[in-house]
Design a protein around this ligand. Structure first.
Ligand code: ATP
Length: 443
């Protein structure tokens, strides 16, 4: 097993052991392509989404947020081209009946599992179909959205009418999307129920190049904010033959995942394809009147598209570290404090000394008011607690000891704060603790 394959196994096992990610419907044997985020995972995921939302929606005057329905009118997906074209080539093995994505196979003739003969490739539509209402006929067919972008385009005119934004401006959305992937794989990298963070940024046709560059820089700024190192991210200019016909430029941002260099995000200039298609499909005029040029136009769009699950995996893989402490291998997640699921843990030095426990409980309760992502831990000895907190990436551990109670008078009402990465300890006054932590967990 290579180091990188070994890393993937370690990540999956740490995720289960420490409550980041569990297999979907695990007690029923699992459901392929689905994963459940546990108590630590949901915090990490929310931190990632909040950083994105703050950076790209709340932090900007030219951005608007929406949260559209997952079920949409089926004509949305006809207009966008998903009903006819959102498909992958599927091949089936004549012998073992397993199915594969033809474009992921090196040998298109031979089954990679049993060496049997593979059949002809056919197009397989990846949208999940469902029926709306009591009738199960063609008139009730709908789909779970395969991307969040659709919900943005159908609300373009609503946002324009409510807020009268000036071009250029954008609409952002975070939400679930569903794709019936032929071969879900690589943990949360390729799943059937996923979450996306997408922006549709509307521009005048003449200004697309400059805005494309701005969003390209935005992608790198976001990676930096969540702790994905630039050295592990590679831009792939998608060539003329491989781009969608309406896209004039696409960059795939690839990340060095433990299983290889694979797509993390996409950035595409989609011209006026989407708004024009929805104008045609709905029969409604959703064009835009530009007050500045006194012209009516269909804005062009730049789309940065981020996968939440892939970001989560990239953040996790980037944070995973091992070192030697006191002659033992220590595993820790060196998360940026801003993404860490737990910002600090509070311990009484000994759990059977009520005076220590009471003081620690008091400090914990006070801190939790300012910093909700804080944890109480009194299991095992302090060394064991450090190991446990290191494994979930808690940047600070606070120990309440006899000096806190005044055994050494000049240390009364101070606590030990231990830094996750260096292991160094500092004595901090209880009254300064909240601001000490707050300045350090913002980054
Ligand atoms: P791929 O080529 O890997 O299938 P894609 O090019 O189809 O991806 P897009 O349609 O561009 O992906 O979707 C935008 C983003 O959504 C991707 O960059 C990725 O982060 C995320 N994403 C897409 N499909 C999945 C999936 N099945 N599981 C997890 N994330 C996904």
């Amino acid at each position: 097993m290579s180091d990188q394959e070994g890393l993937m196994e370690k990540l999956v096992s740490l995720c289960k052991r420490r409550g980041f990610v569990y297999q979907g419907s695990e007690i029923y044997g699992g459901l392929a392509g689905t994963w459940d985020y546990g108590p630590m995972g949901v915090e990490l995921k929310n931190n990632i989404k909040n950083i994105w939302w703050k950076m790209f929606v709340q932090g900007r005057d030219d951005m608007y947020g929406v949260d559209a329905a997952i079920l949409m009118h089926p004509k949305v997906w006809e207009a966008s081209g998903h009903v006819s074209g959102f498909s992958d080539p599927l091949v089936e093995c004549a012998k073992c009946k397993k199915r594969f994505r033809a474009d992921h196979l090196e040998n298109k003739e031979k089954c990679p599992e049993c060496a049997g003969k593979l059949g002809e490739a056919r197009q397989f539509n990846m949208m999940f179909k469902t029926n709306i209402g009591a009738m199960e006929d063609d008139s009730s067919v709908s789909y779970l959205r395969p991307e969040t972008a659709g919900g943005i385009f159908v609300n373009f005119k609503n946002v324009v009418d409510s807020f009268h934004p000036k071009l250029p401006f954008g609409i952002g959305q975070i939400g679930k999307a569903f794709r019936n992937e032929i071969a879900p794989r690589d943990f949360i990298f390729r799943v059937r129920e996923l979450e996306q963070m997408e922006v549709e940024y509307f521009v005048r046709p003449s200004e697309w190049e400059g805005k494309f560059e701005e969003w390209r820089n935005g992608v790198h700024a976001f990676n930096e904010a969540v702790g994905i190192p630039k050295s592990a991210v590679h831009e792939l200019e998608v060539g003329d033959g491989d781009r969608a016909h309406y896209s004039k430029r696409t960059i795939d941002f690839e990340f060095d995942f433990p299983f290889g260099r694979k797509e993390l995000y996409g950035l595409a200039y989609r011209t006026d394809f989407d708004l024009s298609a929805h104008m045609k499909g709905s029969g409604k005029d959703i064009s835009y009147f530009d007050e500045e040029t006194k012209e009516r136009l269909t804005p062009h769009v730049i789309e940065p598209s981020f996968g939440v699950d892939r970001t989560f995996l990239a953040v996790l893989a980037s944070a995973y570290a091992e070192d030697l402490q006191n002659g033992e291998v220590r595993t820790y997640l060196k998360f940026k404090p801003s993404v860490a699921p737990v910002k600090a843990a509070v311990f009484p030095l000994l759990k059977n000394k009520p005076e220590l426990v009471n003081k620690a409980r008091e400090i914990y309760a006070e801190l939790k008011k300012d910093i909700p992502q804080i944890m109480w831990d009194d299991n095992g000895n302090v060394g064991k607690r450090y190991r446990r907190q290191d494994e979930i990436g808690t940047p600070f551990c606070i120990t309440v000891d006899f000096d806190t109670l005044g055994e050494t008078p000049e240390m009364r009402d101070t606590v030990t704060v231990r830094d996750r990465d260096s292991g160094e300890q500092e004595r901090v006054a209880i009254t300064d603790l909240s601001s000490y932590l707050q300045t350090r967990i913002k980054v």
